[in-house]
Design a protein around this ligand. Structure first.
Ligand code: ADP
Ligand code: MG
Length: 338
């Protein structure tokens, strides 16, 4: 038992940032959104406050998601966002924290360096980066040190990451820029085409979460959606059913399934055997789309499990990984250390 907990795990997601403090659990969960004042180029708001401004800002203020595609679109903003979140959770900095950060896959080495610098500037004593599937597995309570193949499928906002790990390292992996956000896009496109109605991404996400599905629901349900008519320009309400949305989701879910199947094909046979026995672990908010686990099981013939802590397991796993940082067999492979 340590006397104080100053180990922090950060999940820098494309949609959500979570901060885990050892001994305290998840202490921060905010959308990865920043708002900037275009006139002064200064940060105007961060996190939840900035998210409320998405699509509602006057010309002078812009709300953006700097990590939306799993690529850092704006360095300075990402840096400011990280600093703001870290400062929020370590107000009294008596002991400088060690921080393990999980960055979206696809983030380049230069971008990783920017993330590390931001954490140092925010007062970290040591900063490490961890790969998402490893963090997710640790957070889900898996013993990753075993010579046993395990498949993790993380469906976030901007990216879906499929990985097979064994002995604490990634053996095969694949990342596609098709994930939770694309389901929202599919809702927007469908409503526009079928009903000539314009809706925003917040409404689309609500539809996805409340009635969307990728496997037939036991009972078809429906929801009223309000938007702007493309024909009259006036507000209009339409009723949409889950079966309609299931059709609209077909392309997106097919791509995700394809990514899983291709990764399985590239996996060494012994490890495939392990995965057949143990099943596939699903993490990330995007995997909560209704029926996704059932659909994946049907298409692959492999059992599929949702992680218990689907939203927070990556942040938790990052924090937990700090406990073992010195005892890792190959730290340079799994963790990029500064
Ligand atoms: P990231 O790791 O990229 O930040 P998250 O793991 O936080 O992403 O997942 C964000 C995605 O999960 C978003 O697209 C969001 O709409 C989706 N999501 C969250 N909750 C649900 C739910 N109950 N049903 C369907 N999708 C959900
Ligand atoms: Mg994530």
């Amino acid at each position: 038992m340590k006397l104080f907990s100053n180990d922090i795990g950060i999940d820098l997601g494309t949609a959500t940032v979570l901060v885990y403090v050892r001994g305290k659990g998840i202490v921060l969960k905010e959308p990865s959104v920043v708002a900037i004042d275009m006139n002064t180029n200064k940060l105007y708001a961060v996190g939840e406050e900035a998210r409320r401004m998405l699509g509602r800002t006057p010309d002078a203020i812009r709300a953006i998601r700097p990590l939306a595609d799993g690529v850092i679109s704006d360095y300075d903003l990402t840096e400011a966002m990280i600093k703001s979140f870290i400062n929020k959770v370590c107000k009294r900095r008596l002991f400088k924290p060690r921080i393990m950060i999980c960055v979206p896959s696809g983030v380049t080495e230069v971008e990783q360096r920017a993330v590390i610098d931001a954490a140092h500037q925010a007062g970290a004593r040591k900063v490490y980066l961890i790969e998402e599937p490893i963090a997710a597995a640790i957070g889900a309570g898996v013993d990753i040190s075993q010579p046993r193949g395990m498949m993790i499928v993380d469906i976030g906002g901007g990216t879906t990451d499929v990985a097979v790990i064994s002995l604490g390292s990634i053996v095969v992996s694949r990342s596609i820029k098709i994930a939770g956000d694309e389901f929202d896009e599919a809702v927007i496109k469908y409503i526009r085409k079928r009903y000539s109605l314009n809706i925003g991404s917040r409404t689309a996400e609500d539809v996805k979460i409340s009635i969307g599905c990728v496997y037939p629901r036991e009972k078809d349900i429906s929801i009223d959606i309000r938007g702007g008519s493309l024909l009259t320009g006036l507000p209009q309400t339409v009723t949409v059913s889950s079966e309609e949305i299931r059709g609209a989701f077909e392309d997106v879910v097919s791509e995700i399934i394809e990514a899983v199947k291709t990764t399985l094909e590239e996996t060494p046979p012994e490890l495939v055997g392990d995965i057949l026995e143990d099943g596939i672990l699903l993490t990330g908010g995007g995997s909560l789309v209704n029926g996704l686990d059932k659909r994946l099981k049907k298409e692959t013939g492999i059992d599929v499990f949702l992680a218990d802590d689907i939203v927070s397991c990556v942040a938790k796993g990052s924090g937990m990984a700090l406990e073992n940082i010195d005892s890792l067999s190959d730290p340079t492979h799994t963790y990029y250390k500064r």
